[in-house]
Design a protein around this ligand. Structure first.
Ligand code: NDP
Length: 467
């Protein structure tokens, strides 16, 4: 476990104290801080002016009541959140998660990660995240609609295409975005397409947004593999989850010649040695909203494991794409023992710190979520561009832009890791490159004047494309 820099230790202790009980948020902050020692050693002024303390404190946090009426006529109450973390680089941008595990600590960890992820894309978007402890599982379409409408009835006043632009995440797909956008439009009397991303193609959405996080994950991992003269061709790949990210990860891996042998949901996982049947998974998950166990019932030769650990299945590439902390130190040891060569975090923080450290120490290629899964938000930014210009681009040209963006993120992480003495360490590279872009913007926008804050123009400026 990395020891924190002596200037960062007290800041981290303050984060623990001010955000008691928010374990996932602590974990996300610590992971970034572990990388920042090298930056502070080279550019001590980043530790001045309360800059790092400011990054750790959201600009605004909104918590609200979401009352709605279920199909039996009973009033249900959920809690809604929107954490507007940083607008140094652009409007707050980040998804909404509907899952019973949601509480402030989860939203803050996701919002904090989002700041650096969005910075890494090189696009003009700040970081935020939101959601609710509402559980959509088993709810009727009418209940989902009434919940989304109630959620937006409060949230709308905080949104705007230049202020805060949410998208989807766990439990929030195109259907939910549609109900929320409809309610926003009803309340404001404005067809403000740029206020939400992940919209349907016929009402302001972008080609490739649905596929973007999964495709982007595979593009990033492909870039990592290329550094070792390898590709997906013929490799056994293990994917967890069977939602939006997992499905389009599987699709792109298959296109590149890899064989995905697993996927899962919160009830269990399936092992299909013949390779996952994508059409069947899409039918079960996207059309019927069924369970992964249905896949094993409907296809011969498939094993279903309601208990047990997906990471015990030997594979060369592991792409955790379900949820945070789904792959721990024990799982990492098992994967390493079984010869894993690359891990790409399709989900946000799916690997515990322990697991991430073990992969890196074993010399595996390890791509952290804030870099690997940035394709989703990057394509959301492309959706915002299309909305602003009332234009729509073709699938091929949008996918091409996505591939270029992912290569740019990969190369930036790699170059930064190299510059800071950690060649091949994508965690260090992603954290430092993301941090520097945000920190430079925060300095430029000012808080209080201090001569120290104006020194040391940073060599990293060269890494960012000129606009
Ligand atoms: P979905 O809701 O579409 O799918 C989530 C999948 O993960 C489902 O198969 C779900 O199973 C499973 N899952 C969720 N929670 C748990 C849990 N606690 N234990 C086991 N399995 C679980 O979400 P997405 O695919 O959109 O998101 C997956 C991950 O990717 C998340 O970490 C999200 O933050 C991240 N991400 C998503 C982006 C996007 O564009 N959608 C962008 C960047 C990151 P079940 O149905 O049983 O709950």
């Amino acid at each position: 476990m990395t020891v924190l820099d002596e200037k960062l230790e007290p800041i981290f202790n303050q984060v623990l104290q001010r955000n008691a009980g928010e374990l996932e948020f602590h974990q996300a902050v610590k992971e970034v801080f572990e990388s920042l020692g090298a930056v502070i050693a080279k550019h001590p002024s980043y530790a001045e002016g309360g800059l790092i303390e400011r990054i750790c404190e959201p600009e605004r946090q909104i918590i609200f009541r979401v009352p709605w009426i279920d199909d039996t006529g009973h009033v249900q109450i959920n809690r809604g959140f929107r954490v507007e973390f940083s607008s140094a680089l652009g409007p707050f941008k980040g998804g909404l998660r509907f899952h019973p595990s949601v509480y402030l600590g989860i939203i803050k960890f996701l919002g904090f990660e989002q700041i650096f992820k969005n910075a890494l894309t090189g696009m003009p978007i700040g970081g935020g995240k939101g959601g609710s402890d509402f559980d959509p599982k088993g709810r009727s379409d009418g209940e989902i609609m009434r919940f989304c409408q109630s959620f937006m009835t409060e949230l709308y006043r905080h949104l705007g295409e230049h202020t805060d632009v949410p998208a989807g995440d766990i439990g929030v797909g195109q259907r939910e975005i549609g109900y929320m956008f409809g309610q926003y439009k009803r309340i404001t009397n404005r067809y403000e397409a740029g206020v939400l991303t992940g919209k349907g193609l016929t009402w302001g959405g972008s080609q490739v947004r649905t596929e973007a996080t999964g495709y982007g994950t595979v593009f990033f991992v492909h870039e990592m593999l290329k550094t070792r003269n390898q590709g997906f061709d013929g490799k056994k790949v293990s994917v967890s989850g069977s939602g939006n990210v997992a499905i389009y990860t599987i699709e792109k891996v298959q296109e590149l010649g890899g064989k995905v042998i697993t996927c899962s949901d919160s009830d269990g996982y399936v092992l299909d040695e013949d390779g996952i049947d994508l059409a069947l998974i899409k039918e079960i998950k996207e059309v019927r909203r069924g369970r992964i166990s249905d896949y094993a019932t409907e296809k011969t030769g498939v094993k279903y494991f309601p208990k047990g650990c997906i990471w015990d299945v030997p594979c060369q590439i592991a792409l955790p794409s379900a949820t945070q902390n789904e792959l721990n130190g024990r799982d990492a040891r098992e994967l390493i023992k079984n010869g894993v060569i690359a891990i790409g975090e399709g989900a946000n923080m799916p690997c515990t710190s322990d697991a991430a450290h073990l992969f890196i120490a074993a010399g595996a290629l390890f791509g952290p979520g804030k870099a690997v899964n940035a394709g989703g938000v990057a394509t959301s930014a492309l959706e915002m561009q299309q909305n602003a210009s009332r234009d729509s681009w073709s699938f091929d040209s949008t996918e091409h832009r996505l591939a270029e963006i992912m290569k740019g993120i990969h190369d930036r992480c790699r170059a930064t890791a190299e510059e800071y003495g950690a060649p091949g360490n994508y965690v260090t590279g992603a954290n430092i490159a993301g941090f520097i872009r945000v920190a430079e913007a925060m300095r430029a926008l000012g808080v209080i004047w201090s001569p120290a804050l104006r020194q040391e123009p940073c060599s990293h400026q060269a890494l960012w494309p000129k606009r």
